[in-house]
Design a protein around this ligand. Structure first.
Ligand code: IMP
Length: 220
């Protein structure tokens, strides 16, 4: 163990011996058990924060990446809570549309006067979160806070409040535990750092065999 603060992962990650993944393609960054432990800690902290909320807090998941995190987090709160979802269109920095975010699925419920917890998978440049916080803030919730599983602080281009985070990670592209590359790899239980994104872009199925093998993987 190091004396690193909870939730902070050293840059680069490490290759787990015997880990799935072709040599040179992806390195395990955070294991499923490290994630589970940190989500429990966050759940307990947030459960205390909202224990007196009446009506109960609304957890707003941002589809699709936060689905797994939200599912685990809400079960570790230990208090009554509601769930709603939003989906937004992604933008591409290369399109010159950076920061342009559009809601493609809005909340079903009204959040006026509610304690709202925005649940994100990852905060990268901060543009998406800035947009979402503005949009939700305009709806007059009683409180609005953000919890993100992962925070790439080094990539931030707009300062945005992130009240709770699972792990600070270095500037690497990650897949697994809800995070995808072109829709793939969300259901990989551990979190992996992709070594060569250009290679994966060229062959998006590159990691399918190594992660899942020819037969369905049995996890014990
Ligand atoms: P933003 O740059 O903070 O606006 O983040 C935008 C979105 O990019 C996130 O919500 C993710 O969907 C996606 N994203 C950023 N970094 C990664 C990554 O390392 N893996 C997978 N998706 C990512």
């Amino acid at each position: 163990m190091t004396d690193r603060p909870a939730g902070e992962i050293e840059g680069g990650g490490a290759v787990r011996s015997g880990a799935a993944g072709p040599p040179g393609a992806a390195d395990i960054l955070i294991t499923a058990s490290q994630i589970a432990q940190r989500v429990e800690e966050l759940g307990s902290e947030l459960g205390h924060l909202y224990r007196d909320s009446v009506p109960p807090p609304v957890l707003v998941g941002v589809l699709k990446g936060s689905a797994l995190f939200l599912a685990d987090l809400i079960r570790s709160l230990g208090i009554d809570a509601e769930v709603d979802f939003m989906a937004i269109s992604s933008y591409s920095a290369s399109s010159g549309q950076s920061g342009v975010v559009r809601i493609v699925k809005d909340l079903e419920g009204d959040i006026v006067g509610r304690d709202v917890l925005l649940v994100e998978d990852i905060v990268d440049t901060g543009l998406t979160l800035t947009y979402l916080r503005r949009s939700l803030g305009e709806r007059r919730p009683r409180s609005l806070k953000t919890v993100t599983l992962l925070d790439k602080v080094a990539r931030r281009i707009v300062p945005v409040p992130v009240e709770y985070r699972g792990f600070e990670i270095p500037d690497v592209f990650v897949v697994g535990y809800g995070l995808d590359f072109m829709g793939r790899y969300r259901n990989v239980p551990d979190l992996y750092a992709v070594r060569d994104l250009a290679r994966l872009a060229n062959d998006p199925e590159l990691l399918v065999g190594p992660f899942f093998g020819p037969e369905p993987t049995v996890r014990t």
